[in-house]
Design a binder for this molecule. Structure first.
Ligand code: G3P
Ligand code: MG
Length: 416
């Protein structure tokens, strides 16, 4: 089924359970793996390390490719996690590739989002960092370190990935290849840091509509799509440049002709998740990408006297895209694992429940509740949600427990 097709409609009591685990606030807090996560994994795996039930990891985080996140999870949890078990906030953006493969797309986000976008088939993706560096006067409060030489740009420094790589708090370790991959092996890339010259950027300023980029094509090609793929590393730079692009077709857009072009073909702005808050190792919840989206949309509104960009879309939990993808992946995994599945009528998943375990009521609980049967929302208290009370009054989970180990225990009981 496509990502936009309707949800399956009923649970199958005779089927096995399946699991979808959120990552931040459930399995890890910032740089630390929660001990309950390791216990939960033990309950879900056989002595030989094979998964006993279908499991996916569905996070509103991103900034790395699915294979790298799978390697990180393998290392953190001491069990083999396959890339096909990982759904990042930007994973459903793969489906945009057929329509955007030849088009210039501006991407925003920390980590390796440029390489991720290109791996999804967005061959003409351009990072806000590149755009900002090419015309520094457009974002005067941002700093741009010198471009790396082509020789040194063959590997991407794994700062974002390693900064977000927690240390397992037990001696459990993953397989050697997975651990090596998680340890920060460089990701090869052919993308130089800046492939726009200052002269080309200056030309853009004089001719506001087209974007000319060395190495990204020579024809005039305005940017009509902006993908915020994960939380940006420079909110000021990205808010400024995104407002520039969205308010006119091209960069920067200040001329009447650019405004007319924008009105004729409005720029599409896609955020990979709407999380206002998320939980890292800091004692209080931190702003997430949803806070950045509020900032951009509020600035746009002030700039335009109350307007909203015509095409704004949010991916990520609680929206349906990752849930539909999870259903497909869990079913494929069940078949691959050889888990006995009952015969079910069309439109029914052969699971007694898909337990969506999360810490954020507005993302994880709302998402699982909206996804419908056989999804079962499970709320834990190790992240964003801290009470008061055992459950959230606004987005109320079917099961509310202290942590992910208790969540697995409750799910296995619930399903029996
Ligand atoms: O930036 C990550 C955050 O917004 C949420 O991650 O794993 O809790 O969905 P997660
Ligand atoms: Mg979370």
């Amino acid at each position: 089924r496509g990502l936009s097709s309707p949800a399956f409609s009923s649970p199958c009591p005779s089927g096995p359970p399946a699991f979808s685990f959120d990552i931040d606030g459930v399995l890890i807090r910032g740089k630390h793996v929660l001990p309950e996560a390791l216990e939960a994994v033990k309950k879900l795996t056989a002595p030989d390390g094979r998964w006993r039930y279908p499991v996916v990891f569905m996070t509103n985080g991103g900034g790395v490719c699915e294979a790298r996140k799978a390697a990180q999870l393998s290392s953190w949890l001491g069990v083999q996690v396959a890339p096909s078990q990982v759904i990042l906030s930007h994973t459903p953006m793969r489906d945009l590739a057929p329509q955007l493969a030849g088009a210039p797309v501006l991407v925003s986000g920390r980590g390796d989002v440029l390489e991720v976008a290109r791996s999804y088939g967005l061959g003409r993706a351009l990072h806000t960092r590149q755009l900002g560096r090419a015309m520094p006067a457009a974002t005067p409060f941002s700093t741009y370190p010198p471009s790396p030489s082509p020789a040194s740009s063959k590997t991407v420094p794994s700062t974002a990935a390693s900064a977000s790589a927690p240390a397992a708090s037990t001696s459990t370790s993953a397989s050697a290849p997975a651990a090596a991959a998680a340890a920060g092996a460089p990701i090869p890339t052919s993308a130089p840091e800046s492939n726009i010259t200052a002269a080309a950027a200056a030309a853009q300023y004089a001719e506001p509509c087209p974007v000319r980029q060395q190495g990204l094509g020579t024809e005039e090609a305005p940017i009509h799509t902006v993908l915020v793929m994960t939380d940006p590393d420079d909110w000021y730079r990205d808010a400024q440049l995104i407002c520039d692009v969205v308010s006119g077709a091209g960069v920067p857009a200040r001329s009447p002709s650019a405004a007319a072009a924008a009105a004729a073909a409005p720029v599409r702005l896609v955020f990979s998740n709407p999380d206002l808050l998320w939980a890292n190792e800091f004692p209080k919840n931190r702003f997430g990408q949803g806070a950045f989206a509020h900032m951009v949309l509020s600035l746009y509104s002030r700039l335009t006297g109350g307007g909203r960009p015509p095409h704004v879309t949010f991916y990520g939990k609680p929206n349906p895209q990752p849930y539909r993808l999870a259903e497909r992946l869990l079913l494929a995994q069940a078949l691959e694992l050889g888990v006995p599945l009952p015969e079910v009528p069309p439109g029914t998943l052969p699971f007694s429940g898909i337990y969506g375990v999360g810490d954020n009521p507005a993302a994880d609980v709302r998402g699982a509740n909206q996804a419908g049967a056989p999804w079962v929302s499970v709320l834990v208290r190790t992240g964003v949600f801290q009470g008061p009370g055992p459950n959230c009054d606004i987005d109320t989970a079917r099961i509310a427990v202290d942590d992910v180990e208790a969540a697995v225990e409750a799910a296995l009981h619930h399903t029996r």
